[in-house]
Design a protein around this ligand. Structure first.
Ligand SMILES: NC(=O)c1ccc[n+]([C@@H]2O[C@H](COP(=O)([O-])OP(=O)(O)OC[C@H]3O[C@@H](n4cnc5c(N)ncnc54)[C@H](OP(=O)(O)O)[C@@H]3O)[C@@H](O)[C@H]2O)c1
Length: 310
C-alpha cells in the first residue's frame, strides 16, 4: 500500500482526474474546493474533501502536510489585470502561492507542483518553444503566471518545486463539441491560430509521473501533446466526425468587440508551437492521446460525460 499523500489545492477539472488516478495508485488524496458537487465527487472517489477558499484559514489542509505529502496547486490566477511586480511588497497575484509555499516549508513536504500555463511564453510567431525558450508574456495572465513561476524557481526549499506549463486542456465534458452544435462557436480570424492541446487524462498521468519520478531539483515541464494544429483543422475534424456544420468565420476585430476581454484577444494573437520532449524523455511518459485528433475521437466514440478509463 502506497502511504504517500497528495494534497490538491483546487480540485477542479484537472484536480478531479488526478484524484481518480492517484487514489487508484494507492495515494491518500485530500482536495480543496468550494463546491458541494466536487466535495461529493471527491468523497465518492475515496478522497477527503476540504472546503476552502484562498484567504480562508488554511489550518484544515495544513493538517495534511508532512514529509510524505506532495502538493499540487491548481488554482488559477485570481486577478484579471496585471499590476506589476516592481514594488517592495509581494504583488497580490503571487501572495496565494507564496502563502502555500510558506506552509509547505514549515512542514517540509515532499514536493510542490504549480500548474502554470504556456501563456508565459508570449507570442513566438508560430515558432517551436521548449522550456529553455525565453519567456516574454504579453497577456496579463501570462505576466502574472510568469511572476509566480519566477518566485517559485528562485525559492530556496529543501524539496523540489515543479512547474507544469499546461496548454489548452480538453477531455470528456470539456470539448468544443457542444459549443459548435449550439452555434456558439465561431472560427475567429478564419481559425488560422495554432492551438496546442493536451487531454486531461494525460495531464493527470504527467503529474503522477512528476510525483513518482520527477527531478530532485526545481524544474519546468511543458505539458502538451506536442502536436499543435490549426484551429480550423481541429474544428473541421470535429465537424466531420460528429456530422456538424462548420461554424461561421468571425474577424479578430469583431471578436474583440464582442468579447471585450484583452486576455481573450491576446490568446488568439499568440502563435506558438509547444514541444514536449522533456516530458517524454525525462519522465519516460508515453501519452495515451498523442494528438488532439486521437483524444477527440475517443471522446466522440464514448459517452462524452463518462470518465476516461485508466
Ligand atoms: N483550462 C485550460 O485550458 C488551462 C490552460 C493552462 C493552464 N490552466 C490552469 O491549470 C489549472 C487547472 O486547470 P483546470 O481547467 O483544471 O481548472 P478548473 O477546473 O477551473 O479548477 C480550478 C480550481 O481552482 C479552484 N479555485 C478557483 N478560485 C479559487 C479561490 N479563490 N480559492 C480557492 N480555490 C479556488 C476551483 O475551486 P472550486 O472547486 O471551488 O470551483 C477549482 O477547484 C488552473 O490553474 C488553470 O488556470 C488551464
Amino acid at each position: 500500500m502506497n502511504k504517500d499523500k497528495l494534497l490538491i489545492l483546487g480540485s477542479g477539472y484537472t484536480g478531479q482526474e488526478l484524484t481518480r488516478l492517484a487514489v487508484n495508485a494507492g495515494y491518500t488524496v485530500v482536495g480543496t474546493t468550494r463546491d458541494e458537487d466536487t466535495r461529493e465527487f471527491l468523497r465518492s472517489h475515496g478522497a477527503t474533501p476540504i472546503e476552502w477558499s484562498v484567504g480562508d484559514d488554511p489550518a484544515p489542509w495544513i493538517a495534511h502536510l508532512g514529509p510524505k505529502t506532495s502538493v499540487v496547486y491548481s488554482i488559477p490566477t485570481l486577478f484579471r489585470s496585471y499590476e506589476g511586480a516592481d514594488g517592495g511588497d509581494l504583488p497580490r497575484h503571487i501572495t496565494p502561492m507564496a502563502d502555500v509555499l510558506t506552509e509547505c516549508r514549515q512542514a517540509a513536504v515532499k514536493r510542490v507542483i504549480y500548474l502554470s500555463s504556456t501563456s508565459v511564453y508570449g507570442d513566438h510567431g508560430g515558432d517551436w518553444v521548449d522550456e529553455s525558450t525565453k519567456c516574454h508574456p504579453s497577456s496579463d495572465y501570462g505576466k502574472m503566471r510568469y511572476d509566480i513561476e519566477s518566485y517559485l524557481m528562485e525559492a530556496e526549499t529543501d524539496f523540489p518545486i515543479t512547474i507544469a506549463r499546461l496548454v489548452g486542456i480538453y477531455g470528456p465534458g470539456r470539448t468544443l463539441i457542444d459549443a459548435i452544435k449550439q452555434g456558439r462557436y465561431t472560427l475567429v480570424d478564419g481559425g488560422k491560430k495554432i492551438t496546442n492541446r493536451v487531454h486531461v487524462h494525460d495531464i493527470a498521468r504527467a503529474l503522477l509521473a512528476i510525483i513518482e519520478r520527477g527531478p530532485d531539483s526545481h524544474r519546468v515541464f511543458n505539458i502538451t501533446d506536442g502536436h499543435p494544429q490549426h484551429v480550423r483543422d481541429l474544428v473541421e475534424f470535429i465537424c466531420d466526425e460528429a456530422g456538424l456544420e462548420t461554424p461561421i468565420v468571425e474577424s479578430l476585430d469583431e471578436f474583440a468587440r464582442r468579447r471585450k476581454s484583452a486576455n481573450a484577444v491576446a490568446r488568439w494573437k499568440k502563435q506558438i508551437r509547444v514541444l514536449n520532449e522533456r516530458l517524454r524523455r525525462e519522465l519516460d511518459l508515453e501519452l495515451v492521446y498523442p494528438d488532439v485528433f486521437s483524444g477527440y475521437r475517443a471522446i466522440l466514440e464514448s459517452d462524452a460525460d463518462a470518465p476516461v478509463s485508466t
